[in-house]
Design a protein around this ligand. Structure first.
Ligand code: PLP
Length: 285
């Protein structure tokens, strides 16, 4: 297995970053995870746009331009013979003696890129069954719109889900509204087949899969409402699902032990999942 670290392609076992890397010291870093399908990166431009936004919000320098970054991602995929799976990239503010203030401008950012194959059938079997979700109090910082590596609250939420036999946790704000999942966006479908998901401007990460699915749904003539929804509303929803680059569109069949859609994946989520790759492949050309 080969990974990219700061200008070099190295064997996984030999790859390392410095102990004074600000990613390690302060979680002063941002990342992207892209789905790879038939050897192509799905929605690369949207991932690059979000990466740029994350970097800009944190006043962090880009490690290289987008054309070069695209070459590195593709090279890592090729060297690992990944046709179907994930490519991960992380940028940190670089290596400097531990000090809260940003280092001098001449400190280069750290760039790490890894890739791995994932059997697409695995996701299909999870989606065929649907997943359980538990709710947890929203306890993250206010800048969840930035895709930072500071993911400890997400890790703890997902551990809580796992302990309860669930696959994802949905954060709930103080007013009882669901924000998003530990590593996914949250959606429900109303009795009238309206897709409902929280606005990207309010307390969530703007998921690339979320954006692409909104496009797809509207093209198919479905109504999408970007508004906050409560736990109570979700429990009586016709269908529910999550989106992310790793899960695509995966049905939720249970929320805090309340069955959704009779505890089985519903027809609309199935249709959206199967429609996703057609549009995503087209978009990535
Ligand atoms: N929300 C959070 C907190 C995430 O970590 C992720 C993905 O990891 C998402 C949403 C979904 O984003 P995307 O569709 O770009 O993978």
């Amino acid at each position: 297995r080969i990974v990219y670290v700061n200008g070099r392609y190295v064997p996984y076992a030999e790859a390392s970053v410095h102990i004074d890397d600000r990613g390690f010291q302060f979680a002063d870093g941002v990342y992207e995870v892209c789905e790879v399908r038939d050897g192509r990166i799905i929605d690369e431009p949207r991932h690059f746009a979000r990466l740029k936004r994350s970097l800009d919000e944190l006043k962090m320098a880009a490690p290289m331009n987008e054309a070069c970054l695209s070459v590195v991602l593709t090279e890592v995929l090729h060297r690992n013979r990944v046709r179907s799976g994930l490519v991960y990239l992380q940028v940190t503010r670089g290596v400097a003696r531990r000090e809260f203030f940003f280092p001098a401008d001449d400190v280069p950012p750290t760039l790490v890129v890894t890739a791995r194959s994932v059997d697409p059938l695995k996701g299909e079997s999870v989606a065929a069954e649907g997943i359980r979700v538990v709710t947890v109090p929203e306890n993250r910082w206010e800048r969840v719109d930035i895709k930072t590596t500071g993911l400890l609250p997400n890790v703890l939420a997902k551990m809580q889900a796992k302990a309860a036999g669930a696959r994802e946790a949905w954060f709930v704000d103080r007013d009882g509204f669901i924000t998003e999942g530990g590593s996914s966006n949250a959606w429900i479908i109303s009795e009238e087949d309206v897709l409902i998901t929280r606005p990207a401007e309010s307390g969530i990460l703007r998921g690339v899969t979320r954006t692409t699915l909104i496009d797809l749904a509207r093209k198919e003539g479905l109504k999408v409402e970007e508004r906050a929804f409560t736990v109570t509303e979700a429990k009586v929803a016709k269908e529910a699902f999550i989106t992310s680059a790793t899960t695509i569109v995966t049905p939720v069949i249970e929320l805090d032990s309340a069955a959704i859609g009779g505890g089985k994946p519903g027809p609309l989520v199935k249709r959206l999942r199967s429609g996703f790759h057609a549009i995503a492949a087209w978009r990535s050309i």
